[in-house]
Design a protein around this ligand. Structure first.
Ligand code: FAD
Length: 341
């Protein structure tokens, strides 16, 4: 069975979007085990003894890339559109002018703004009214030692009134911060917030409207933070999770069921890929339509759960009332201990 991966990034090293990810035993870790990559994962994962060890996103990508032959990946191929050809099979158009066809199945794993999705469903991501500004404290930052002392290893979440700060220690030792707040959808495009202007971004985050009345420790992070980047939060509507199967095309991961970040996204993307692969192996290339139908039928409820969970997490984490967040934390701790009392 032959395949080709078309990827927008120019090369293996051109994507800087890291961030650590919890991989869960029944989903992300299970997929890695099935792919024979669990030992590699353990070399990079941190959080020994925890059920959900964390791995840097770029390390995970390295492991996955190393598992397939280099000539199977076409770098620098940004999909711009897709249509069904006269034979009913997908025709893919790329920004570099390349047009390809002749595939029995095209799987859209092109994330939130999937270009393949339109062949299957008219559903589009909806902005949920909140965004993160991401930033970094690198080891050469004057605040680095203080950050190590205050934030330690792993991840931290601090909740304010409709605002939050998440910090994560990265595989390269740097710290990644996410400052979350309510903001209009176009603020990062219409010039209201210009993240290239570092001083203006720091002033905005330090204003009383945002984190100006937070503790000094947080304001110090903002004063020293660099490398700002926006993460507007979008979700697909859960009603989209029931499309009629289109022969020759399917979706997996965020392309299929984009949700507000809830700690499941990467895990589910890997589960989707594993489940689709199992179906393709079961029915072979002779009955791919059946493989896709059965994969999608099982994937829809996973997608709905993930979208619901993302919506709930956003409500809880960006709430004015912190009791809901504490309840959520307690329920997660109880579940972790297997305590159903
Ligand atoms: C701020 C933030 C924090 C998050 N934290 C977590 C977390 O802690 N745990 C977790 O599980 N999930 C987290 N998520 C969600 C997680 O990032 C996604 O659910 C997950 O990455 C989805 O994987 P994917 O492969 O479907 O899509 P993506 O990771 O988006 O990958 C899509 C791939 O397709 C490529 N691509 C995109 N468009 C095109 C195109 N037009 N043509 C060709 N290639 C294209 C991209 O370059 C990329 O390689 C977070 C999300 C955000 C925004």
């Amino acid at each position: 069975m032959d395949y080709i991966v078309y990827e927008r990034d120019e090369s293996e090293t051109s994507n800087r979007s890291g961030g650590s990810l919890d991989l869960h035993p029944e989903t992300g870790q299970y997929a890695l085990r099935q792919a024979g990559l669990f030992d590699d994962f353990q070399k990079y994962a941190s959080g020994e003894g925890r059920d959900a060890p964390e791995i840097d996103r770029l390390e995970l990508r390295k492991i996955l890339l190393a598992s397939i032959p280099k000539d199977k990946i076409k770098w620098g191929h940004a999909l711009t559109g897709a249509k069904l050809g006269a034979d009913g099979k997908p025709v893919l158009q790329f920004a570099n002018g390349v047009v390809v066809s002749g595939f029995k199945l095209a799987v859209g794993t092109d994330g939130a703004w999937s270009k393949l999705r339109a062949l299957i469903t008219p559903a589009k991501p909806i902005y949920v009214g909140r965004s993160y500004i991401e930033s970094r404290i690198q080891p050469d930052n004057p605040l680095y030692e203080t950050t190590v002392k205050n934030m330690g290893r792993g991840s931290n979440v601090s909740i304010g009134s409709k605002q939050l700060v998440i910090s994560q220690k990265q595989g390269d030792g740097s710290y990644r911060f996410y400052f979350g707040f309510d903001v209009s959808e176009n603020a990062f495009q219409d010039g209201s917030i210009d993240l290239h202007d570092i001083e203006a971004t720091r002033r905005l985050l330090l204003s009383t409207e945002h984190f100006g009345d937070w503790g000094e420790q947080y304001k110090e992070f903002i004063r020293h933070a660099t490398d700002f980047r926006s993460w507007p939060l979008y979700s697909l509507p859960k009603e989209a999770m029931n499309w009629k199967s289109v022969p020759g095309v399917t979706l997996a991961g965020d392309a299929a069921h984009l949700a507000v970040p809830n700690g499941e996204g990467v895990n589910l993307a890997m589960t989707d890929s594993l489940e689709l692969a199992k179906k393709v192996i079961e029915y072979g290339t002779e009955d791919l339509d059946r493989a896709v139908r059965e994969y999608e039928t099982a994937m829809f409820p996973r997608g709905v759960d993930c979208i619901n969970e993302g919506t709930m997490m956003a409500e809880v984490m960006f709430s004015e009332d912190h009791r809901a967040f504490l309840q959520l934390l307690n329920s997660l701790i109880s579940a972790d201990k297997g305590d159903n009392s």
